[in-house]
Design a protein around this ligand. Sequence first.
Ligand SMILES: NC(=O)c1ccc[n+]([C@@H]2O[C@H](COP(=O)([O-])OP(=O)(O)OC[C@H]3O[C@@H](n4cnc5c(N)ncnc54)[C@H](O)[C@@H]3O)[C@@H](O)[C@H]2O)c1
Ligand SMILES: O=C(O)[C@H](O)COP(=O)(O)O
Length: 632
Amino acid sequence: METAAMAAAAGSAVGVAAKAMPKAGAAARRDCQLASRVSIVRDAGLVSKAGVRTRVSVGARSVRVAAVNSSSAAVATPSVTESEKAVSKPTVLVAEKLGAAGIELLEKVAIVDCSYNLSNEDLCAKISQCDALIVRSGTKVTKEVFEASKGRLKVVGRAGVGIDNVDLQAATEVGCLVVNAPTANTVAAAEHGISLLTAMARNVAQASASMKAGKWQRNKWVGVSLVEKTLAVMGFGKVGSEVARRAKGLGMHVIAHDPYASAERAKALGVELVSFDEALTRADFISLHMPLTPTTDKIFNDESFGKCKKGVRIINVARGGVIDEPALVRALDAGIVAQAALDVFTVEPPKEGDALVNHENVIVTPHLGASTMEAQEGVAVEIAEAVAGALAGELSATAVNAPMVPAEVITELAPYVTLAERLGRLAVQLVSGGAGVKQVKVVYRSARADDDLDTRLLRAMITKGLIEPVSSAFINLVNADYVAKQRGLKISEERQPTDGAIEVPLETITVTIANVESKFASAISEQNGAITLEGKVKDGVPYLSRVGSFSVDVSLEDSIILCRQVDQPGMIGKVGSILGQENVNISFMSVGRKSPRQHAVMAIGVDEEPSKATLQKLGEIPAVEEFVFLKL
Ligand SMILES: NC(=O)c1ccc[n+]([C@@H]2O[C@H](COP(=O)([O-])OP(=O)(O)OC[C@H]3O[C@@H](n4cnc5c(N)ncnc54)[C@H](O)[C@@H]3O)[C@@H](O)[C@H]2O)c1
Ligand SMILES: O=C(O)[C@H](O)COP(=O)(O)O
């Protein structure tokens, strides 16, 4: 159950249980989590009794057989037996060519539909049948695509680094996790940068073309040397630092500009970090390796070219959009930029007759930076593992739009995550009428230092618990804060230090909802005037420990009835016999009172939902002052 909540928090496969898992590498780790994965489907209607969980059909979500497109470039149509086996597998749409090793890995856990070159219209038509989508840089995953998925799409995998072709905001809004493959093509991109640098300096492309045209122009294609020249690496991240390392090997002086780079890492590579302007004024060669962001959009423009050394040479294997392309044409024509070597373009492919592509001092490649056999196999495996992991309920290490929560934190917090969701779920059911829930305060009592307790998962799950029972929203770690904000729900968190053992992450979690009325008045605390529920974890099981001002002790595994009564002998028997008459099994019962024979709150865990008539009979017991049934 814990993992069900966490999987949902991770934005992963709610309603998706992948049964056949591979046994090797990271996939084998997932195999060990089979039980957890099965529990993932609980939110989608899993029946759970006595610790035995069974997958039940939840409409179209649980039964999926490949809806394969006969026009697909690669289609694996399952045989009848395979289809049967595949019944509970998620569907992954691979929309751009992916290495075979990645496809094989995915096929072990999913129905894989490889449909390349889909138009936006075709992608939108297909996407509502898919749990995951894998793309490279050629597919625009727009808001329209997320809307067309109608909530089914849970993961977008970008088989590469740049995620500028994915609308992250739209993904986050619908709770779709976006993961990328940030490392496997680093060396390929760096090598391509160096290829372009050397090819440009020695006019390799032009000389080759001229010779193939029957010419022998030894004087025309005299190049420039690299040794002792200054190379400015703009963006000293993974690719940039690999380019720097290689350029040092060519005898170049390497400087770098990167507002976020570590000076120590630069020093270790013998690279001097400089300002943007200094990089421009000192460089003989400029190699671009920053992401395309609102800040870097057209950062190379008339003004910046104007600051460059006359005759500078530019290499771009990052993103076309970081260069104002008409400004580069002007700088080339003016001789400010002597040459440019470009792998990436603002619009890909560029329009026919594009002035930059056709400029005589420009060499071009069609976005080939990541295109080596080795990189593509690596990227395919990296993204397949990330997508399969996300579908299996793991929090991904390469998530782009969700906070990273280390695996050990997830394991340790598992029962608290369940507790958090259930407290939220119970608290919202206690609200009556009117204004709605706007202000929620969560108090964590813990002996841990602030930086030793990551509460993001807990907050997301409280949000899930608060919102899901009263709306059609699907909440997970990806979109919890966004959805809360959209709904005007303000969740504040407070840490209260205790003297307890630091081995225990949390002693209690308290959820309070202020400025609302309650359908169970005793849930309003005398202390703060707000609906107040406190919970704790005992032996790995979440418990409700306080309702309003009353202490209770009831495990949060089943639905509960809260009942305020005048404390007197025989109450437990009366309640028990009314529930027993309707065959409602009581799993747990506790009575909290402030003093004998005064008001008391009875919390009763029930395996079945009592009928209205039965609840009414409880209410008719003379000593019962109020009661409420809360569903978990
Ligand atoms: N042509 C290709 O096929 C190809 C292949 C791989 C990567 N790329 C692109 O190369 C770029 C770098 O990839 P990476 O894997 O090294 O990413 P990375 O995140 O490791 O590095 C990017 C670096 O740019 C820095 N940066 C951010 N804003 C900056 C700014 N305004 N000025 C200077 N630096 C800034 C960041 O601090 C970071 O260090 C990305 O745009 C990626 O999409 C292209
Ligand atoms: O960002 C990247 O990883 C590169 O631009 C590679 O893109 P590609 O996967 O489309 O080759």
